[in-house]
Design a binder for this molecule. Sequence first.
Ligand SMILES: [Zn+2]
Length: 450
Amino acid sequence: MDLSMISRVLWLRRTLRSRERWSQAQLHAHQRRELAALRGWAYARSPFYQRFHDGLDRAQLGELPVLTKATLMDNFDQLSTDPVVRLSTVQAYLEQLRGDQRFAGRYWVSATSGSSGRRSIIPTDAREWATIIASYGRANEWAGIRPGPTHRVRMAVVSSTTAWHQSARVAATVRSPFILTERLDAASPLANIVARLNELRPDVLVAYASMIRVLADEQLAGRLHIAPRGVNSSSEVLTGEARVMATRAWHVSPFNVYAATETGGIAAECHQHQGMHLFEDLVVPEVVDDDYRPVPAGEPGDRLLVTVLFGRTIPLIRYEMTDRVRLATQPCPCGLPFRLVDSIEGRTDDVLNLPTSDGGSVRLHPVVFHQVLDLLDVAGWQVRQQDDHLRVLVASPGPGFDPTATEGAVQAALTRAGAPTPAVHVSVVDDIPAGPAGKRPLVVARPKPP
Ligand SMILES: [Zn+2]
C-alpha cells in the first residue's frame, strides 16, 4: 500500500478512536454537521438527487425518500457526482480487475456478488476508501487485534477470493509488514481449507459465520488443530449455537462484525459481547418496518436504512438494506456513545413466504428452523424452498441422526408457527455447498419469478 494511503488510514484510525470517547451530544452534533455537508454536496453535484429530493432541501432526514438498490443501480450515472464514474466503464473495469488497480487512476471499486438479487457496485476515492479500511480496523481493534512493529499478526481470512469482493480489495490495499494475511477460498473443499489452516496456524481467524461453525466442528472432531487468539465472524448471522461451538473449540468468544459493500463496517462487538455497536459517526442508521416507519428499540425491524456520512462519489442517503436488526433497550456498560444492536436476525431475503390453500401466504421467520435444526448433532444445515416442498440439507450428522424424526420436527415447528405444512425432505450431505461468493446461507428462498 502506498505511503499516502497508509498515513490516511493511520490518521483516520486516530480520529475514529477519539470519537469513541464522545458524549451522545457530541455524536449528534457531528451527525448533523456531516449530514448537512453530505446533502449540500449531493444537491450541488448529483443530477439524480436534485430530482429525488426536489423541494426537500429543508426536510428532516426521516422525511426524505428511501433509496433502494434497484433505484441506485438504475440511476447510477445520474447519481454519481463525478462525470468520469459511469456504470458501463466501471463494469468494464471490474471485468478485468486483478489486484489493487484503480478505476480511472483514483477509484477503488467494490461490488457484491449478486447472488441474492442485483449486484451493487460502489466506487470510492482515496478518502472514502481509507475510511472503509479504518472502519474494519476499528472492528479488529475492538476484538483485541492490534498489529504493530513489535507484534506481527498472522491472519487467515476464509472468504471470497474474487478480486472485486470488498474483503479481497481491503486485503490487497492493507498488505503490510505487521499483518500477514492469507486468504482462503470459502468455496473450496472443506478438507483443503482445514489442511491449509493447519499449516498456517493463524493468530486470528476471520470467516463467515457459517464457516466458523463448520471449522469449530472440525476442531472439535480433531481434524483442525489451530489456536487463534481471536475469531471474527462477518457477513452472516452468528447464531448463538455457532458462538457456543466456537468458544468450545478455541476457548475464545468470537467477535461479530456487521459490514456491507456499500458502507464498509457498520457495527461491531466490543469486549462485553452484548451485541454490536453501530458506527454512528460514519453512518446514520434507521431501523424501520416494511412501510419505512421507525421501529423502537427492543423490537426487530424489517429493514435498515443507512446514510453514509463520508460518502461523496456515490452519495447514499437513506439507502435500504434488507437486514432485520433490533436495537438494544439497555446501554452497554463499556461506555461507547454508539447505540447497541442486540440481534441481527438475518436478511429479509431469509424470510420464506409459504403459500396457503386460500391463495394467501404466511411469512416464516428463520428462527422457526433454528429452534429445531440448531439442536441436531450435525456439521451444518440449510433449508431450501423448492416448488412444492422444503428441502433440508444436513451435513455429516452424528451416528444417532434420524432423518424421519427431523422431518417430523420441522413439520411440527411449521404448524406451531401457523404455516401451512408442505412436504419436508431431509437430505444428508458431506458439506453444505457454498454459493457463488462462498457463503452458505441457512435459509434459501425460492427465486421470485421475473
Ligand atoms: Zn460495549
